[in-house]
Design a protein. Structure first.
Ligand SMILES: Nc1ncnc2c1ncn2[C@@H]1O[C@H](COP(=O)(O)O)[C@@H](OP(=O)(O)O)[C@H]1O
Ligand SMILES: C[C@]12CC[C@@H]3c4ccc(OS(=O)(=O)O)cc4CC[C@H]3[C@@H]1CCC2=O
Length: 295
């Protein structure tokens, strides 16, 4: 039998203007005072933007294309999720403190909530982003699967919440812009999911160069093969099947769901799309960030 879902605002709270999952803010001082190392690499994103894909690419680069090394542990142990805290499986801060340098840090925190130390030390940051419509679709299915998350309602109801920033990590619009505004005075690489779908070779080369390494053909080929959607979907170290069903119920929907651009067209009605576009224009009117909703 499926465990019952909690009420929405029993598990989420407004935290400095950003909706957050309550257990993640309970020991906030540990996150806020986290000490970064000069060689930490941060992979930041709004949830469901292609974080896991980009993370596996980066880990392959760090491990010089050694697939076996990447298959030694689940992605959430190789690349700890900074603010995540639940049971004994996830404790991002503890995992990172126990880890040898150079560390790769995953976070979904918006720029203003990222621990100050990462900015002070001018750590390299890869920000992964994806168009808002596909993120909303992917996030809806994710909600259904995370047992501790409340039921998101119907898809149109969820999209309303998404537009109002009433989902964990708050407004997508604010999130993407929070990092975009920092791009000139920090070491940042922006990766767009749509670009990765369109030309993964080009994007992998960009990441290798950003990390100050040499892009050999052999390394690039290995990365592309190992991080294809099919490979990652079948790999227990990337597909989250090692997380118990009691936390992430992949019988409801798999973590590696479709892996495409444009699935929003199968979910948005014409009326929803028009409303979303109007709201989008309003929210992004001062931003120079441009997203593609199809490729
Ligand atoms: N190798 C890959 N290629 C393409 N998409 C991938 C991928 N690995 C993960 N994804 C997709 O990225 C989304 C999850 O993002 P995140 O890692 O940030 O949670 C999911 O999107 P869908 O739900 O649209 O399929 C997932 O299927
Ligand atoms: C801790 C948690 C299980 C893990 C959930 C989680 C996993 C991966 C994430 O990254 S991404 O959005 O897919 O890129 C984000 C999350 C956030 C929620 C986490 C769950 C809360 C309750 C639970 O058991």
């Amino acid at each position: 039998m499926q465990p019952s879902k909690p009420e929405y605002y029993d598990v989420f709270e407004d935290f400095h203007g950003v909706l957050m999952y309550k257990p993640f803010t309970k020991y906030w001082d540990e996150v806020e005072t986290f000490t970064a190392s000069l060689d930490d690499l941060v992979i930041a994103s709004y949830p469901k933007s292609g974080t896991t894909w980009a993370s596996e690419i980066v880990d392959m680069i760090y491990k010089e294309g050694d697939v076996e090394k990447c298959k030694q542990d689940a992605i959430y142990n190789r690349i700890p999720y900074l603010e995540c805290r639940e049971e004994n499986i996830f404790h991002g801060v503890k995992q990172l403190k126990e880890m040898k340098s150079p560390r790769i840090v995953k976070t979904h925190l918006p720029a203003q909530l990222l621990p100050e130390s990462f900015w002070e030390k001018n750590c390299k940051i890869i920000y992964v982003c994806r168009n808002a419509k596909d993120v909303a679709v992917s996030y809806y299915y994710f909600f259904l699967m995370i047992t501790a998350y409340p039921h998101p309602g119907s898809f149109p109801e969820f999209v309303e919440k998404f537009m109002q920033g009433q989902v964990p990590y708050g407004s997508w619009y604010d999130h993407v812009n929070s990092y975009w505004e920092k791009r000139k005075n920090s070491q940042m690489l922006f990766m767009f999911y749509e670009d990765m779908k369109e030309d993964i070779r080009k994007e992998v080369i960009k990441v290798i160069q950003f990390l100050g390494r040499k892009p050999s053909e052999e390394l690039i080929d290995k990365i592309i093969k190992h991080t294809s959607f099919k490979e990652m979907k079948n790999n227990p170290c990337t597909n989250y099947t090692t997380v118990p069903d009691e936390m992430m119920d992949q019988r409801v929907t798999p973590f590696m769901r479709k892996g495409i651009t444009g699935d929003w067209k199968n979910h948005f009605t014409v009326a929803m799309n028009e409303k979303f576009d109007m709201h989008y224009m309003q929210q992004m009117k001062t931003s120079t960030m441009k997203f593609r909703t199809e490729i």
